[in-house]
Design a binder for this molecule. Sequence first.
Ligand code: GDP
Ligand code: MN
Length: 380
Amino acid sequence: MDLYEHQGKELFGRFGIPTSEGRLATMPQEARAAAEELGGEVVVKAQVLTGGRGKAGGIKLAGSPPAAEERAREILGLDIRGHVVRKLWIERASDIAKEYYLSLTFDRGEKRPLYMLTTEGGVDIEEVAERDRDAIARLHVDPLEGFQPYQGRRLIYGAGIADPGEQKQVLDIIGKLYACFIGADAMLCEINPLIVTPGGEVRALDSKFTIDDSALFRHPDIAEMRDLSAYPEEERKAREKGVTYVKLDGEVGVLGNGAGLTMSSVDMVSFVGGRAANFCDLGGGGSAQGVIDALEVITADPQVRSIMFNIFGGITRGDEVARGILQALEELTIEQPIVVRLDGTNADEGRQILHEADAANLYPEATMLDAAKRAVELAA
Ligand code: GDP
Ligand code: MN
């Protein structure tokens, strides 16, 4: 789960990482009021779950409350790479002498958290890495030992931060970022830029924060930060109904029971030359209602042109699934053809039920390969 900048900064604050004071606004008048409360120059920042807002015109300075209202009017409603701006963060403006970059991310290859620090911040870190790999100091942390202060010093010297005042503050922030990363079960905490003011003060001017979804149950307060309006309709539906759903960008909707079979179905669609639009895992139960919920979620995705329904009955019974499909066809208006492959427990009964129903857009197939082929054909 990705957090908005202001949410990430709230977590930074909890762990003692310095940020600037700010207020949320959803209307131009609120931006004006926020600027009045904060006093002086402010920066009006689009809150969207994507980076590069500055370049896209989503971040603007305002010298007065009326100017803040004006900037808010310009930024609200802006489309930043497919994300429409509905929320603004109005923050006391900072004077910037230097822009650094600091991040802590989970390096899956090394199975350890990885720090990156460079004095060439503010810009795209990928660009810096491409131009000069050595400009970025990197350091892995052993999760059992935890973060050690000597590692922070190594990072600082590696990045070439020489000023003693800066060293002390950056070191402190590096340590706190580790506590924040672990404490929030994060996969990524990125500060770009980490600024140094002309007075020598260091603080986080931006935040990019990703929490491990599997750990959200431990953080109900963070889980609550999820902004459902930022998700497409079918993802919202999936969450509401407790359906496991992943969006992809092809044209075949994939529905299976169990993660392994569902992933194999996605692979099979690719294998026969198609692409999955999404996939949905019914799980072990596969009750009629579960099938209806899953079909409702899958067909809400406008990219779906056909559906591959792949069930291997274990605990899930084929007759129950077949009844679910027929019930879904009655309750929902499903225009896309549904290719069904049923096997395992009560598969014969299930196929019999589907056969007798003789529905127009149902295509039973005997094997997974045939089902994938048929679904890809029908999507073409
Ligand atoms: P991003 O473009 O989405 O990464 O958004 P950032 O929050 O990183 O802001 C982009 C850039 O806007 C920063 O690198 C700064 O140069 C500038 N900026 C943001 N906040 C301030 C501020 O308070 N004062 C000044 N002078 N510039 C700012
Ligand atoms: Mn940034």
